[in-house]
Write a protein that binds this ligand. Structure first.
Ligand code: PGA
Length: 249
C-alpha cells in the first residue's frame, strides 16, 4: 500500500512572518491527519520559520531546489547538506518552472536527485509535457525521455527513495486540471517505465503525485484514481483553509 503524499509548493511566495501566520492557522486544521504525509516547501529564506512552526507536528518541510555539489563557487545555490541542516526532509527537483525559466536539463535533474538522496533527502522529482507537446502527440515520448535521462541511471536503492510528480505544464497555474483519467494514464505510463528499469516491485512501491491546478474541489476525483498517490499543489497550498481541505481530501 502506497502512503499518500500531499505537498505544497509555495514557489516565490510568503515572507517569514507570512509563513508563521500560515502555520498558526494550518496546524489545528490538520492536527489529526494520519492518512497522508504532509509536506510544505517554502522559499529558502522561510525554511527556518517553517521548520520552527512545524515542530512537534506531522508536517514535513521541503525545499524547492538544490544544487548537486556539496559546496563551491556556485553563487546563489544551496547544497543538500545545507537543506538537511536547515531541517528539510524533502526537496522538489526539476519543477517545470526551473526547466522553463532557469534552463534546468534532465542531466541536472539526475545530478540533483542523486545529491539529494546522498544527503538523505527525499526528492520529489517533477516531469511533465507542455501544451504543444501534448497537442502534437509527444506526451509519452517526453515523459519517457525525462524518466530515462533524469532517473533511469539511479541505483535500485536510490530509486526506492524517490517520489515522482507528474505535472503537465499546461495545467500548472492555469486552472486547467488534467482529468483524473488523463492523469492516471500518464501515471500508468510512468509506472511502466519504472517497472522496465527497476522491476515490478519497485514500480508498484513508487509514489506518483499529480500536480497542476489541484484544488479542494478536484482533489477527491484525483485521489479516487488508484494510480494517483497524492498531489503537488501550488496556488491552493498558499491558503491554510484550502490546503487543509486538500490534505483532508
Ligand atoms: P498549481 O502549481 O497548483 O498552482 O497549478 C502546481 C505546481 O507547480 O507544482
Amino acid at each position: 500500500m502506497r502512503r499518500a503524499v500531499i505537498a505544497g509548493n509555495w514557489k516565490m511566495h510568503k515572507t517569514q512572518a507570512e509563513t508563521r501566520a500560515f502555520f498558526d492557522r494550518f496546524r489545528p486544521l490538520v492536527a489529526g491527519v494520519q492518512h497522508c504525509e504532509i509536506v510544505i516547501a517554502p522559499t529558502f529564506t522561510s525554511l527556518s520559520a517553517a521548520v520552527e512552526s512545524s515542530r512537534g507536528t506531522a508536517i514535513a518541510i521541503g525545499a524547492q531546489d538544490v544544487h548537486w555539489e556539496s559546496q563551491g563557487a556556485f553563487t546563489g545555490e544551496v547544497s543538500a547538506a545545507m537543506l538537511v541542516e536547515a531541517g528539510c526532509r524533502y526537496v522538489i527537483v526539476g519543477h517545470s518552472e526551473r526547466r522553463q525559466y532557469f534552463g534546468e536539463t534532465d542531466e541536472w535533474v539526475f545530478r540533483k536527485t542523486r545529491a539529494a538522496l546522498a544527503a538523505g533527502l527525499l526528492p520529489i522529482v517533477c516531469v511533465g509535457e507542455t501544451l504543444p507537446q501534448r497537442e502534437t502527440g509527444q506526451t509519452e515520448a517526453v515523459l519517457e525521455r525525462q524518466f530515462r535521462l533524469g532517473l533511469a541511471a539511479l541505483t535500485a536503492e536510490e530509486f526506492s527513495r524517490i517520489i515522482l510528480a507528474y505535472e503537465p505544464v499546461w495545467a500548472i497555474g492555469t486552472g486547467r486540471t488534467a482529468t483524473p483519467e488523463l492523469a492516471a494514464e500518464a501515471h500508468r505510463f510512468l509506472r511502466e517505465r519504472a517497472a522496465e528499469k527497476f522491476g515490478r516491485a519497485a514500480a508498484s512501491a513508487l509514489r506518483i503525485l499529480y500536480g497542476g491546478s489541484v484544488k479542494p474541489d478536484n482533489i477527491g476525483g484525483l485521489m479516487a484514481q488508484p494510480e494517483i498517490d497524492g498531489a503537488l499543489v501550488g496556488g491552493a497550498s498558499l491558503d491554510a483553509e484550502s490546503f487543509a481541505a486538500i490534505v483532508n481530501f
